[in-house]
Design a protein around this ligand. Structure first.
Ligand code: GSH
Length: 202
């Protein structure tokens, strides 16, 4: 499998999952400005959406949308328990979290990267994001991970998007349970290995 990634983006979530699963993969870096891959191809020819993450399978199919990629990967190795079994109620809960992270946190935070965003719009987005993160704080005060005691692909995704907050000058220390959660996940060997692999891929 090939993971098309860009540093400091949401592609880090499936990268963590690949490391958690110990599956073989190749990394291909994408320049999100020029849409060129590090090996000189037009990324839009691989993923017409033009954004990472994209996972190229052995049969040549390309899978996009991080929330789906991480579930596809988790199902390749159910024994790793990164996602509850397909068809179970807990799997629906996992999808509920993935959807919340995608639409409320990821999509809520991404516009803050835009240097041209008017200050008033930024303030509205930050306020809304803060309310969503406060909901996560109450969950993580009760339990170690989003689904309970067990780390799942939803945690890989949430950890990845929380990592952007430092670029917006928002300290996670505002939410102590989230700050502790992020530190716990940062210490996982999978996260360290994925970071190192991305640094070496550059
Ligand atoms: N809906 C997609 C969004 C992916 C996305 O936002 N990718 C960003 C990085 S986090 C990107 O590559 N943006 C570049 C662009 O849109 O041109 C998903 O959830 O995977």
């Amino acid at each position: 499998m090939k993971l098309y990634f860009a540093p400091h983006t949401c592609s880090f979530s499936p990268h963590i999952v690949l490391q958690e699963l110990g599956l073989p993969y190749e990394l291909v870096q994408v320049d999100n400005q020029t849409k060129r891959t590090a090996d000189g191809r037009d990324f839009r020819g691989i993923n017409p959406k033009g954004y990472v993450a994209a996972l190229e399978l052995e049969n040549g199919e390309v899978l996009t949308e991080g929330a789906v990629i991480v579930q596809y990967l988790a199902d390749l190795k159910p024994s790793a328990q990164l996602a509850p079994p397909q068809g179970s109620w807990q799997r629906v809960r996992l999808q509920e979290w993935l959807s919340f992270i995608g639409s409320e946190i990821h999509a809520g935070a991404a516009p803050l990267f835009n240097q041209d965003l008017p200050q008033a719009a930024g303030a509205i987005l930050r306020d809304k994001l803060g309310k969503r993160v406060a909901l996560l704080e109450t969950t993580l005060q009760r339990q170690a991970y989003l689904l309970g005691d067990q780390f799942s692909v939803a945690d890989a995704y949430l950890y990845t998007v929380l990592g952007w907050f430092k670029f917006f000058g928002i300290s996670l220390d505002r939410w102590p349970a989230i700050a502790a959660y992020a530190s716990r996940i940062a210490a996982r060997p999978s996260v360290r290995a994925a970071l190192q692999a991305e640094a070496e891929a550059r």
